[in-house]
Design a protein around this ligand. Sequence first.
Ligand code: AMP
Length: 183
Amino acid sequence: MNLVFFGPPGAGKGTQAQKIVAAHSIPQISTGEILRAAVANNTPLGQQAGPLMAAGKLVPDELVIGIVEDRLRQPDCEKGFLLDGFPRTIPQAQALEGVLAKMARKIEHVVSLEVPDEVIHERMKGRGRADDSPETVQKRLDEFRKLTAPLKAYYQERGLLRPINGVGSLDEIAAAIERAIRA
Ligand code: AMP
């Protein structure tokens, strides 16, 4: 099963992604996690990405596309994968399509967690990560609206979008996702 998890920051992508990968024994590929590890290890990638992440901005497409391409070629992705936080721009989605086509594979479902703005703001307040100051939260939401939200139409047109109500208990949301990806 080849999945993409899509939604605004604070929608609960990471949490729901963990449940789905555990249930389906596929790897979770989180570009945010990979980038945070690179920052923590002070690698060249981390040095480039760190200041942008701290400012709530997206890192350049080429950087994340390279990370994801390398990761998708690892043997544990052969039976499927869940992309969490990628693609976040139309060029990233196009690059992903190209990378997968070379491997004779494609995305099957784009799970879109739908959460109203007020709920996002409430949730983000409680998270307390270094990149979660109110200004950074706002910047990340702005980046989402400007650069990432257009992906909904992109995947809708391709018949891949599975909108899921992201407000409710964790188990209810997980069950709705399971129904959508089994259908
Ligand atoms: P996340 O944990 O997915 O919210 O990602 C944390 C931060 O990493 C984001 O605010 C971006 O700065 C950066 N990042 C993660 N994934 C991407 C991506 N696909 N494209 C660009 N920047 C990304």
